[in-house]
Design a protein around this ligand. Structure first.
Ligand SMILES: CC(C)(COP(=O)(O)OP(=O)(O)OC[C@H]1O[C@@H](n2cnc3c(N)ncnc32)[C@H](O)[C@@H]1OP(=O)(O)O)[C@@H](O)C(=O)NCCC(=O)NCCS
Length: 179
């Protein structure tokens, strides 16, 4: 990692009070999704993606077993990571794979475009995984778009591998009906 950024990087614990400030970071994830799989357009608007995501995050941030990390460089918020812990039996894993009693889910990781490729995403994941492990969760899951190559490389470097794959056929969309 770039030493200049390492020296200035701080990872702070966040809370439900930080939810509104996460909007641009989640929208950066949405833009990454659009860029990485343009053939799946149309995508929802930035305001729509955040409206749905904020509901999900609020629900998570009101639970005790949720970890929000905020990355700051020289006092500027540049990214975040969010993870939470499930009982294994509450997940899609339980009917297929043997695991421990809890499963940590990496819900989101995002670094602003100007701050990528400097190790910040890796630091966020290192800390999230450490905090999940400290809470007893070392079986981990996360979801990613199959076209998000940069994210997949990062997860694979850390030992994640593909398990469950969703497939979709969006035949009810307005432009599909017009074809
Ligand atoms: C995925 C994401 C979080 C990675 O964050 P990041 O801070 O760029 O991650 P890192 O810097 O740790 O690693 C990214 C790359 O930089 C490289 N890198 C790390 N430190 C570096 C340094 N000091 N100098 C040069 N390169 C470096 C890594 O080897 C890695 O290389 P690769 O892309 O060729 O595999 C970021 O791209 C992002 O926010 N994307 C949009 C949102 C998103 O897709 N999130 C995941 C949703 S599932």
């Amino acid at each position: 990692m770039d030493q200049r950024v390492t020296g200035e990087l701080r990872l702070l614990r966040g809370s439900a009070a930080d939810l509104p400030s996460l909007q641009p970071f989640w929208v950066a994830v949405h833009h990454q999704h659009i860029e990485s799989m343009p053939h799946l357009a149309p995508y929802v608007a930035d305001t729509t993606t955040w409206a749905y995501r904020a509901i999900r995050y609020r629900e998570l941030l009101n639970k005790t077993r949720t970890i929000l990390l905020l990355a700051e460089v020289a006092g500027r918020r540049v990214g975040y990571g969010l993870a939470h812990i499930h009982k294994s039996g509450d997940t899609w894993v339980a009917d297929t794979w043997v695991t421990g009693p809890t499963i940590g889910e990496i819900e989101s990781v995002s670094v602003l475009p100007d701050y990528r490729n400097q190790g910040i995403g890796t630091h966020l994941l290192d800390r999230l995984e450490q905090e999940l492990a400290d809470a007893g969760a070392t079986d981990l899951i996360l979801g990613t778009l199959p076209g998000n190559a940069a994210a997949i490389r990062m997860y694979e470097r850390r030992g994640f591998q593909s398990t469950w794959l969703y497939m979709s056929r969006f035949a009810g969309r307005p432009e599909s009906r017009n074809r």
